[in-house]
Design a binder for this molecule. Structure first.
Ligand code: HMG
Ligand code: MG
Length: 286
């Protein structure tokens, strides 16, 4: 039997947070419900951040309340602080994610805090989540390139990833936020991170602005990473990373993994149907 690689679907969060128009709760729910049938074990569907900072994620609690939950699927949400965590727990998130940056410029622009301040903010979040038995993922953004600070040193990524893991994150997702990473820089970054975090606790999160995301997935597979984030129909970007395109699409990642001899466990026809729902959101965009 071929080796399993997990695709974590992040389109309803990373994708929709960057849409120009306001997407209704009903539309978000339709997308999540279509994705729930595909075979993903985890879908990131919500973000409990300030509505002033990211208005597109307003209504996240309602989304979690209205989706048709499929057993075996964990529905996740981003939480930047204790307030976000409490809202996520109230809404019934199965998993939450804190998000830090390897670069100071992006940390300030995205969450209005230095890296050190953000890590301090996450400590009580991890403690409370542990108390109630909710797993916490940690993101590190700008793992090779930052829109404000330029190139990011591998050691800076390793430090933040190591801290998140030590703090209790079960998994650290490494984000090429800009979709600009050159594969050799991803390899060097992973070399440094693997000194502090084991491969089984890492995920790759590659945006695809310059069409190199799959090359970067390939490099990460070679380093032993077996979890990758992707967005249905390649939805997405980050409002605080100007010029960044969506994540690698779930469809192209699934096809790529299949060709490379890995099992992903997704039903491709259902994934296509979910991609049609996502494309419908763009078309409604006009
Ligand atoms: P702040 O202005 O420094 O903090 O924002 P604040 O405590 O002064 O709060 C500002 C306002 O937000 C206040 O409201 C708070 O009550 C409210 P006001 O008094 O002005 O009416 N507030 C909240 N509201 C709802 N939920 C909360 C919450 N906390 C405070 N949890 C803050 C700090 C972190 C809140 C803000 O900077 C923020 O929300 N940032 C989120 C940015 C974001 O969501 N970015 C996109 C996600 S990250 C990403 O996409 C990267 C990733 O995909 C990986 C990759 O690609 O690299 C994960
Ligand atoms: Mg992202």
């Amino acid at each position: 039997m071929s080796e399993r690689v997990e695709i974590v679907e992040v389109g309803p969060r990373d994708g929709l947070q960057n849409e120009a128009r306001a997407i209704s709760v009903t539309e978000k729910v339709r997308l999540v419900d279509a994705l729930s049938l595909v075979g993903f074990r985890r879908i990131e569907v919500a973000s409990f951040v300030s509505e002033k900072w990211v208005p597109q994620m307003a209504g996240s609690g309602e989304v979690l309340g209205a989706i048709t939950r499929v057993s075996g699927v964990r529905y996740g949400a981003l939480v930047p602080n204790m307030r976000g965590l409490e809202a996520a727990l109230k809404a019934g998130a199965d998993e939450v994610a804190v998000f830090a940056s390897a670069s100071e410029g992006f940390s300030q622009a995205n969450i209005n805090a230095s890296i050190a301040e953000s890590l301090e903010r996450f400590r009580p979040v991890l403690a409370r989540a542990r108390e109630v038995g909710v797993p916490v993922r940690g993101y590190v953004s700008c793992v090779t390139d930052c829109p404000y600070d330029g190139l990011v040193a591998p050691e800076a990524v390793a430090r933040v990833a190591g801290e998140l893991r030590t703090m209790g994150c079960f998994e650290v997702s490494l984000g090429d936020t800009l979709g600009r990473a050159a594969p050799e820089r991803v390899d060097a970054m992973l070399g440094a991170v693997l000194e502090r975090v084991e491969a089984r606790a890492l995920a790759g999160h590659f945006h695809d602005s310059f069409g190199r995301a799959l090359e970067n997935v390939s490099v990460a597979l070679g380093r032993g990473v077996r979890v990758f984030d992707a967005s249905v129909a390649g939805l997405g970007g980050c409002p605080y990373a100007p010029g960044a395109a969506g994540n690698v699409s779930s469809e192209s990642l699934a096809a790529f993994l299949e060709a490379a001899g890995f099992e992903h466990g997704l039903e491709i026809e259902r994934l296509r149907a979910a991609a049609d729902v996502a494309v419908g959101l763009w078309e409604a965009d006009g």
